[in-house]
Structures are given as structure tokens and as C-alpha cells.
Design a protein around this ligand. Sequence first.
Ligand SMILES: C[S@@+](CC[C@H](N)C(=O)[O-])C[C@H]1O[C@@H](n2cnc3c(N)ncnc32)[C@H](O)[C@@H]1O
Length: 155
Amino acid sequence: MAAEVERTTAWAQANAHRYRWDFYGDVDGHGRVRGEAARLFTADLHAHPERYVAASLPDLPFADDSFDLVLSSHLLFTYSDRLDRAFHRAALLELARVSRGQVRAFPLVSQIGRPETELVEQVMADLAAADVRASIRAVDYYFEPGAGSMLVLDP
Ligand SMILES: C[S@@+](CC[C@H](N)C(=O)[O-])C[C@H]1O[C@@H](n2cnc3c(N)ncnc32)[C@H](O)[C@@H]1O
């Protein structure tokens, strides 16, 4: 975990011009927030291992309507170079199945910061065809320029 924080801090340092710094302040602030998040996560994982379930989309080992809210961050749309439309459709329908509330997927840009407008529209059409209501909403926090929106699936 520490090695991963170090790796991303080095990346942020070398690529600082690519990001927005209003939330973290600077590269050190980014490292501090990520380091603290990693520390809290590791401590909670050790203290409450029963809270964590390893699983892989598009199939989740949870009953229908298991959660009040489902969040997916930096997976869908981020890896559009290797996860296709069919994967996104299946993954979002699965996330909707296990949520009794909203599903929120963020951001809607690829790993290289390219807006995934076409894929988002295709997936929204797939969801509409499956009777799942989806909309794009603005978010306050985002780190990558152009990444200020999320896809919200309403129950
Ligand atoms: C870029 S990381 C994002 C981590 C975290 N959600 C965040 O926003 O900081 C992408 C994550 O997607 C997870 N992942 C990759 N394939 C997955 C799949 N098929 N189902 C669920 N998670 C997957 C990886 O293990 C990794 O933790």
C-alpha cells in the first residue's frame, strides 16, 4: 500500500500540470491525503475483515437490493481501452441489481483523460433498454480536468 502511494505521488509530481490542485493543494497534499486514506483503510481491514468481500464485476456475490448506495470509482469508463460496451452494460446492471438506492460511477473519462462521451451514450441507451434510469450529473470534486461528472442510476 505504501509503495502504491509512493508510486502515485511520483506520478503526480512528474505530471502535476495535468491535474487540478484546488482540492489537494499541491503534490505533497495529494500524497498526505492518499497516505492517510491508505492508513485508515488498512487499519479498518485488519480490525473488521468481515466488512470486505473480494469480488469481480460483472458478477457480484450479493443478493438483490443489498446496499443503500453503490459507488464505483475509476474503473468503469477509466479502462475503456480494455473494458468494452458489453462489460460496462453488464457491470452497471449488476451494480443496479445489488443497490436499492443509487449507483454512481465516476469519472466519465478514460485513464488518459479523454471524455468517454460515445461509450457513456451507448451504455445509457443499453440501460434505458433495460428499464434502468440513468443521468449524468456534475460533481464538485475532480482531479483530472474534464472529469467533473458522474453517471447516476436511479432506483
Ligand atoms: C484505478 S483503481 C481505482 C481504485 C479506487 N476505486 C479509486 O478510485 O481510487 C481500479 C480498481 O478497479 C479494480 N478492478 C479491476 N477489475 C475489476 C473488476 N472486474 N471488478 C471490480 N473491480 C475491478 C482494481 O482492483 C482496482 O482496485
